[in-house]
Design a protein around this ligand. Structure first.
Ligand SMILES: Nc1ncnc2c1ncn2[C@@H]1O[C@H](COP(=O)(O)OP(=O)(O)OP(=O)(O)O)[C@@H](O)[C@H]1O
Ligand SMILES: [Mg+2]
Length: 346
């Protein structure tokens, strides 16, 4: 639950929220660290929608997000939901890994009337669920199809219908209209080959030496080649923008850690109110946390968990044991000799 430090200016066009492009870009860049291509690609589609200029008969924007794990693909959609709707939860998320078998696809659209299980199978996607992720600020629904490469072929055909006509026909013959939505698909296709490409200069320092633009172009072409091998040309042609996420460098990972620590502090204040206390994490400890929780292979994926293990859990133990005074200041220090973190009252 991240709070905006720069709240975007909000005006309305025909009752619809309208955010100036620069404000939207700033609010997103703050939340999605080190992925300027993602922000640049998405902002114009939100603007077209808000101006009432999005094309009819198809979703307002279709994006394919590619790249290594833990680099911010899913986070991007959550961050956009936070900025547009005020909560990162305003996303209709479909985990395509749950639809690997043909028979599972009925879960998505519901079984046709008369079929066994017709009454029990409430479709996962229906108009009501789509509408429920919009808000009174903004009528644009964000839909996330995660890991599309795992889905069964019939699922991909349904998806093609959504991208092509903006319509999904359900088992009971009703339809879901996606014209007021942005569709995001994520995939790890090509990610392994991308990591191999990066491996010669694995490690942070080396990757800075190589011209970044070059290696980024190379990653893009690896990703696109894998996508073309897996999906039909009709499918690929209906994607508005393919965004290739970059591996996060040391600076980006450090910024993400800073955000997590700031989030934790805010969370403490919210939850504990007058009993809250403050935490400090000196630079040396931050370096240790980064070494433990971040890597070119897993990106920032383990960072939150590392912080939880090294900071939140020991803090919880102190709180439960009544060992922290309200208003106290605690520092998360690292003992180099014993190679362990410890909390110290300041
Ligand atoms: N670029 C980023 N900016 C801010 N936070 C990030 C970024 N990348 C990763 N994170 C942090 O790491 C967590 C995992 O990232 P995310 O879920 O977006 O990875 P992903 O790219 O979708 O990976 P996967 O391919 O494994 O699904 C996020 O919840 C967020 O806390
Ligand atoms: Mg993801």
């Amino acid at each position: 639950m991240r709070h905006s430090s720069t709240a975007p200016r909000l005006t309305r066009i025909r009752g619809e929220l309208a955010i100036p492009a620069s404000d939207l870009a700033n609010a997103l860049s703050e939340r999605i660290v080190g992925q300027p291509a993602a922000v640049e690609a998405i902002v114009p589609y939100v603007q077209m929608y808000q101006a009432g200029l999005a094309p009819e008969g198809r979703p307002a924007g279709v994006f394919l997000l590619l790249g290594p794990t833990g680099t911010g693909k899913t986070r991007t959609v959550e961050a956009l939901a936070e900025v547009l709707h005020g909560s990162e939860k305003n996303v209709l998320k479909v985990d395509c890994g749950e639809f690997q078998m043909e028979h599972e696809v009925a879960k998505l659209i519901g079984a046709p009337p008369g079929y066994l299980g017709h009454r029990e199978t409430q479709p996962l996607l229906n108009q009501q669920r789509l509408n429920s992720v919009t808000s009174d600020r903004c009528s644009l629904a964000l839909v996330l199809f995660d890991e599309i490469e795992k889905a069964a072929p019939s699922f991909t055909r349904l998806l093609l219908g959504i991208l092509d006509k903006g319509i999904l026909r359900l088992g009971d013959n009703t339809t879901v209209n996606f014209e007021r939505s942005l569709v995001f698909m994520t995939s790890n296709l090509g990610a392994r080959r991308m990591m191999k490409e990066l491996r010669p200069d694995f490690g942070f320092e080396a990757s800075v030496e190589r011209p970044l633009a070059d290696s980024h172009r190379k990653l893009e072409s690896i990703a696109m080649a894998s996508v073309r091998r897996r999906f039909s040309p009709e499918f690929v042609n209906r994607i508005d923008r393919v965004i290739t996420y970059r591996p996060l460098d040391e600076e980006a990972l450090a910024e993400i850690l800073d955000q997590h620590i700031a989030d934790l502090q805010r969370y403490l204040e919210e939850r504990l109110g007058p009993r809250a206390f403050s935490i400090e994490v000196p630079p040396d400890s931050r370096r240790r946390l980064l070494r433990e929780g971040a890597s070119p292979e897993y990106g920032a994926r383990e960072l939150k968990r590392t912080l939880q293990r090294r900071l939140t859990q020991p803090l919880a133990a102190l709180v439960v044991g009544g060992k922290v005074e309200p208003g106290a200041r605690l520092s998360l220090d690292f003992d180099r000799e014993q190679e362990r973190f410890f909390l110290r009252a300041l």
